[in-house]
Design a protein around this ligand. Structure first.
Ligand code: DMJ
Length: 530
């Protein structure tokens, strides 16, 4: 048999029917030894794109160009400082001018490098892109031994490497993505096939970097009763389908599809998806529902799985439509002041709170609205606009014009944090992400204006001598800094701001879906003729 046919990201049927290449029986020659190695046809993929990647900008107005250039300058500043003070560490600490490693990535380093690659490329920061590429080639070591978040490694490292490969065709990004992807597979060895949240990245097959825990996985200590988190195991599909596409090995797509199948079948309270599920029994562990933290990107990946499959994955689309209907019925509320928000749900009781994370949902609903049936389309455009407006209000009502980590609608409060512990802003992207999608959907200039207000606020309150920093309180004009330049600031916040001031054919939504860390992954144009 020859190499498998084009495995078609998003096409579950082809994946399941595909030739099984993983895990040959012990002693048997591996598939790799007996067959010509599978080779992804990069040139064919590039010909399938409907728009030039970096787009055209004919006759644009000077103000839009100047704003885009300002965002580019911010990216260069963020990168240059990371490079100078923290290259190879995971994040920059811009006040103390050193690096931060943290414990999310299991010994992997360079989270900011990998997260920044595609943004540098899209912004045409060529020299800086080459610096980042060189680091990946020479210094990005995958032989590490430590406990990593499956979700974070997937969305930042796998997503970042895949996007860099698809944008540039540089083999190093593909091979690192595939190697790292293989290291994540043991997390799926559970009775249901739903992965656990934490995996030890140590190698199981050699003495170097071996530890008794290599390849073992755990649930987060804080997750109830050994459960897996909806937003974690539900946010693998896009990247894992592309790992299968690039390797010719269906195992990745099979693993990600299992979770989706189980979620589709399991009984859902009022049609809602709780945030905690047991990887042992496949049952819900707790009835907490949120479109913000713990739930968020699961919903995002349903609609994006469908779009990435060139609208063939009808199961994902139906799950998205049904979930959104249940969310609207049970969680979407209007405040006394007329602001639409999405509350959280605890076993039937509403918590009238929206996290900054939940503000991605304006963009998601906008993206889905474009593809909704005619009778629902306007309704979803309006809903997306209302939620985005509410998130804008959470920024507009603060002294810094940046939004808090969470805001509430109770006891006379509207779109403001009521607890001291929720007043911080850590350079998160979700609000500008929604501005970008709303701009592309409506071309209402207010979204560009709102984005520009964020640029000004970031410059005023977050820019420090050696990079950008989060702030501890958005309700004071003299906030203290948290001394952290998050990698998602370069991957997402600055990328979405830049795209807001670009023509629509730069990373066109006809060709690309953004993973939840804003890394663009290509739509599988199955009607493409080679
Ligand atoms: C990012 O890492 C991703 O957007 C993730 O889905 C949620 N949170 C952060 C940014 O806020």
């Amino acid at each position: 048999a020859g190499p498998p046919a084009h495995t078609a990201p998003g096409s579950r049927q082809q994946v399941q029917g595909g030739e099984r290449r993983a895990e040959p029986a012990t002693g048997a020659p591996s598939a790799r030894e007996t067959r010509a190695p599978y080779r992804f046809d990069y040139e064919r993929f590039r010909r399938s794109l409907r728009h030039p990647v970096r787009g055209r900008r004919p006759g644009e107005d000077p103000e839009t160009r100047a704003r885009r250039m300002k965002v580019k300058e911010m990216m260069k500043f963020a990168w240059d400082n990371y490079k100078q003070y923290a290259l190879g560490k995971n994040e920059l600490r811009p006040l103390t001018k050193n690096g931060h490693i943290g414990n999310m990535f299991g010994g992997l380093r360079g989270a900011t490098v990998v997260d920044a690659l595609d943004t540098l490329y899209i912004m045409e920061l060529e020299e800086e892109f080459q610096e980042a590429k060189k680091w990946v080639e020479k210094s990005f070591d995958l032989n590490v031994n430590g406990e990593a978040s499956l979700f974070e490694v997937n969305i930042r490292y796998i997503g970042g490497l895949l996007a860099a490969y698809y944008l540039t065709g540089e083999e190093v990004f593909k091979s690192k993505a595939l190697e790292l992807g293989e290291k994540l597979l043991p997390a799926f060895n559970t009775p249901t096939g739903i992965p656990r949240g934490v995996i030890n990245l140590g190698r199981q097959d050699t003495r170097s970097h071996f530890s008794p825990c290599s390849g073992m996985s755990w649930s987060w200590g804080w997750a109830s009763a050994g459960s897996s988190i909806l937003a974690e195991f539900g946010t693998l599909h896009l990247e894992f389908l592309h790992l299968s596409e690039l390797s010719g090995n269906p195992v990745f797509a099979e693993k990600a599809s299992t979770s989706q199948l189980i979620l589709n079948r399991v009984e859902k309270p009022q049609g809602l998806y709780p945030n905690f599920l047991s990887p042992v029994t496949g049952n819900w562990v707790q009835h907490h529902v949120s479109i913000g933290g713990l739930g968020d990107s699961f919903y995002e990946y349903l609609i994006k799985s469908w779009l990435m499959s060139d609208k063939k994955d009808s199961e994902a689309k139906k799950m998205y439509d049904d979930a959104l209907e249940a969310i609207e019925k049970h969680l979407v509320k209007k405040s006394a002041g007329g602001l639409t928000y999405i509350a959280e749900w605890r076993g039937g009781i509403l918590d009238h709170k929206m996290g900054h994370l939940a503000c991605f949902s304006g963009g998601m609903i906008a993206l889905g609205a474009e593809h909704a049936g005619e009778e629902r389309k306007q309704h979803y455009v309006d809903l997306a606009a209302e939620i985005t407006n509410t998130c804008h209000e959470s920024y507009a009502r603060s002294d810094t014009k940046l939004g808090p980590e969470a805001f509430r609608f109770d006891a006379g409060t509207e779109a403001m944090a009521t607890r001291l512990s929720e007043r911080y802003y850590i350079l998160r992207p979700e609000v500008v992400e929604s501005y970008m999608y709303m701009w592309r959907l409506t071309h209402d200039p207010k979204y560009r204006q709102w984005g520009w207000e964020v640029v000004k606020a970031l410059e005023k309150h977050c820019r420090v001598e050696a990079g950008f920093s989060g702030i501890r309180d958005v309700y004071t004009t003299t906030p203290t800094h948290d001394n952290m330049q998050q990698s998602f600031f370069l991957a997402e916040t600055l990328k979405y701001l830049y795209l807001l001031f670009c023509e629509d054919d730069v990373l066109s939504l006809d060709d690309w879906v953004f993973n939840t860390e804003a890394h663009p992954l290509p739509v599988n144009h199955t009607n493409f003729k080679a």
